[in-house]
Ligand binder design. Sequence first.
Ligand code: UGA
Length: 347
Amino acid sequence: MKILILGVNGFIGSTLTDKIMETTDWEVYGMDMDSDKLEKSIDHERFHFVEGDITINKEWIEYHVKKCDVVLPLVAIATPSVYVSDPLRVFELDFEANLEIVRQCVKYKKRVIFPSTSEVYGMSQDDSFNEETSQLVLGPINKQRWIYSCAKQMMDRVIYAYGVKEDFDYTLFRPFNWIGPRLDRVDSQKEGSSRALTLFISNILHHGEIKLVNGGEQRRSFTYIDDGIAALMKIIENKDGCATRRIFNIGNPTNDYSVKDFVSLLLEKFKGYPEYKSIAEATKVTVIDGEAHYGKHYEDAGFRVPSIQNAKDHLNWKPTTSMDDALTKTLDYYLVEKKEEATIQAA
Ligand code: UGA
C-alpha cells in the first residue's frame, strides 16, 4: 500500500509514520514544512519525505494523490487560541486548502482518511457523543472559537455528500483530546501556542503558574496517542471495508477528567521527577475568566465524552491506556528523553 500523508511532521502524522515503518511493509509519501519530529523514520527506505507547504506545492500533491492508494490530509491549525486570534487563517487552511485535496481524491477515486474533530459536537448536551445521533451545537457567529468546529463540520458534510453521490471511499475520524509525546513543543515561552497538556507542562517549566480557564470545571476525555494510532492503523488497513464511509469517535471515555483534576494529577506526576519536584511544588494554580484569557470571541464546551461503540463494533478497537500511564509516558518523553530542551529552558 502507498500512503500519502500531508502534515506528516505533526503529532499524529509523525507518530503514525513511525508505526507504519515499524510494523508494515507500506510506503509513505509525506510532506511537511519541517521534519524535526521524524528523526526515527526520516532515513527509512519506505519513507519518502518532501519539505514543503501544501498551499504551494500543488503539483507534487496532485501527482502523489494519483500515485497513492490512501490519502491522509492532516494539515490543520488545531489550537483554540488561534481560532479566536486568526479565524480566517483557520478557515483558509483547515477548510479551503484541504477541500482542494479532497476533491482530487474524488477525481482520482482515492480513499481519503480525514481528521474530523471532537470539536464538531461543540456544546452538545449528550452524556456521550454519538456519530449518528448527537446534535452538533455551536454558539453564535461572534463566538469565533467555533470557526474550527464549523470548518471541520462542513468538510465532514462535503465528504459525506461525495460518499452518497459518487460512492466516494472515505473514513472520518474524530480524535478526542489526544495527548502524548510530540504533541507540541514545551520549550516555547509563548502563551497559548499549544494544547492544554503541553501548555501546562510549559507553564510549570517556565512560568510557575497554571491558569484554570473559567475555574477548570470543564471536562475532556484525554486519549493516549498510541491508542489513537492503533485505531488509525485499523482504519488504513480497512479489512473487508470495515471503515469505508464511516465516522469514528476515537477517544477514551474512561479518561474523562475536569481540567482542574487533570492539572492536579499532572502536578503530582511532575513531583515524581526529582529534578522537577521543586518547580512543581512552587507552581501556583490560579483561575482566569475565559474571555479575559482568550479574548471575547471565546466560548467553551463544558464536557465531551465519546461513544466509542462504532469503533468497537466495526474496527474491533478500544483504548487501553489509563490517564496515569498516559501522563507518565508523556512526562518521560518531555522531562527525560528531551531533558536538554526542558532543562535549558527552565534555567
Ligand atoms: C481541542 C482543540 O480544538 C483541538 O486540538 C482538537 O481538535 C480538539 O480539542 C481535540 O483534541 O479533541 P480544547 O480541548 O478546548 O480543544 O483544547 P485545549 O487547548 O487542549 O484546552 C482544553 C481545556 O483546557 C479547555 O477547556 C481550556 O479552556 C482549558 N485550558 C487551556 C485552561 O484551563 N488553561 C489553559 O491555560 C489552557
